[in-house]
Design a protein around this ligand. Structure first.
Ligand code: GDP
Ligand code: IMO
Ligand code: MG
Length: 444
């Protein structure tokens, strides 16, 4: 038995959906622990491409319990659309469970998200416009609607009548928007409640029952480390905690049940939305990565900004999450390049900096210090073992592992399940702490 957390080690879209789907083969329970429909996780199976926003990427395995945990925020309309999409494809969803304490994204959250972004002008965050920030803000302000509130028609009416009256003042006075009609919102959400009801559980209890039976539990992160509310590039972050520590709070489990943390990172870097990005490429190479990597947002269709691999944020992600091993994705996207650069440190106002600076201003001033390595100039998408890889590709992977001081357990060379090299057992391989104990990583 092993309970693992899968997290994004960069700014999201690292390929968590593919890796979670792969690892779900040996999981009994998969839990999404934070975020909402801002996430877009792609799972490709044969000819079928599934884009999942809230439903855990383990859903394709009918014997795996899939749980949307209490740390998530749920947009019922989009969630039910996802359920319908899967059912139409013949993929059962009766093993989907929803935490009763997750918060619900309401129409006013989406309106406020869009209007606030517009008002921020040049200071905008570049959110997905899915109402995520305002839903989490209401949670912190203790005015949110939870799934269990949706399940209580009388209580919901009372709560929504009051809340919508308050939100209408904000919509009008702050944003000049027309008011919402409380009755129609109550009617709409009462309808969603009845469809969701059979899936709603006390998910912490369900997970604990699985743990007591020594089941394998996989915690699926959304977004990425640099988008974390506490540890990311604040204020250009999301409003939840994608880092591994977020799994405990968002699933309702103690840290002692987590055995391993697997970090997912692209062989280069992308970012959607605003905010500093030291290794961003604006010229031909950036365009090549965007086209070859099909770097357009799964949720919003926005073009993702592309750049070289940044080992400073990689090392930071290893530290903040306690990553035991890495899954490096999209290596194939680099196939055509003559030369590949990796940022090994930053230059901030003439001083070398080896660590991620917390201040947004300092981060915006970081100039990457690059090390160049030769490209391999041949296709890798057919490779199924390390021996199949060109030497330069193997050297590139070794270089990344050395810089981040953690082993690479998985290499992904295409979107489908079989385009994968399992270098070592990602679930039962050595733990990071052991690498230090054995002197295989430096204790700097
Ligand atoms: P997530 O949000 O971390 O799950 O990632 P997304 O699904 O938003 O974006 C990753 C994209 O890359 C998806 O379109 C995947 O199908 C695709 N993908 C995943 N792994 C690979 C890979 O190794 N090579 C290539 N070319 N595409 C990949
Ligand atoms: P997955 O799970 C990439 C980004 C948005 C914006 C910032 C805040 O697919 O990796 P929000 O709507 O959350 O308030 O937006 O976070 N963002 C993502 N970027 N992948 C995601 O999810 C993201 N979810 C949010 O672009 O910059
Ligand atoms: Mg995504």
């Amino acid at each position: 038995m092993a309970n693992v957390v899968v997290i994004g080690a960069q700014w999201g879209d690292e390929g968590k959906g593919k890796i979670t789907d792969l690892l779900s083969r040996s999981a009994d329970v998969v839990v999404r622990y934070q975020g909402g429909v801002n996430a877009g996780h792609t799972v490709v199976v044969g000819e079928q491409t599934l884009k999942l926003h809230l439903i855990p990427s383990g859903i394709l395995y009918p014997d795996t319990q899939c749980i949307i945990g209490s740390g998530t925020v749920i947009d019922p309309k989009i969630l039910l659309g996802e359920v319908d999409m899967l059912e139409q494809l013949g993929i059962p969803t009766d093993h989907l469970l929803i935490s009763q304490t997750a918060h619900v994204t309401m129409p006013y959250h989406r309106l406020i998200d869009a209007a606030a972004e517009q008002q921020r002008g040049s200071h905008k965050i570049g959110t997905t416009g899915r109402g995520i920030g305002p839903t989490y803000a209401d949670k912190s302000e203790r005015t949110g609607i939870r799934v269990l509130d949706l399940m209580d028609p009388e209580g919901l009416r009372e709560q929504l009548t009051w809340t919508i009256a308050q939100k209408n003042i904000i919509l009008d006075k702050l944003y000049g928007l027309p008011p919402l009609d409380a009755e129609s919102v109550i009617e709409e959400y009462s309808g969603y409640a009845e469809r969701l009801r059979p899936h709603v559980v006390d998910s912490s209890l369900t997970i604990d029952e699985a743990w007591r039976k020594r089941k394998n539990i996989l915690f699926e992160g959304a977004q990425g480390t640099l988008l974390d509310l506490d540890h990311g590039t604040y204020p250009y972050v999301t409003s939840s905690n994608p880092v591994a520590g977020g799994a405990c709070i968002g699933a309702g489990v103690g840290p002692t049940i987590i055995d391993r943390v697997i970090g997912v990172a692209k062989a280069y870097t992308t970012r959607v939305g605003e905010g500093p990005f030291p290794t961003e490429l604006h010229g031909d190479v950036g365009e090549l990565l965007c086209q070859r990597g099909a770097e357009f947002g799964t949720t919003t269709g926005r073009r993702r900004r592309c750049g070289w691999f940044d080992a400073v944020i990689g090392r930071y992600a290893v530290r903040i999450n306690g990553i035991d091993c890495l899954a490096i994705t999209k290596l194939d996207v680099l196939d055509d390049l003559d030369e590949i650069k990796v940022c090994v440190a930053y230059d901030i106002d003439g001083e070398r900096c080896d660590h991620f600076p917390s201040s947004a201003r300092s981060f915006a001033n970081c100039q990457p210090i690059y090390k160049s390595v030769p490209g391999w100039k041949q296709s890798t998408s057919h490779c199924r073992s390390l021996d199949d890889l060109p030497k330069a590709a193997l050297d590139y992977l070794k270089f990344l592992a050395e810089l981040m001081e953690v082993p690479i357990a998985i290499v992904s060379l295409g979107a489908s399940r079989d385009q994968t090299i399992i270098v070592e057992d990602p679930i039962h391989g050595p733990k990071r702490a052991l690498l230090y104990a054995n002197g295989e990583a430096s204790a700097q």
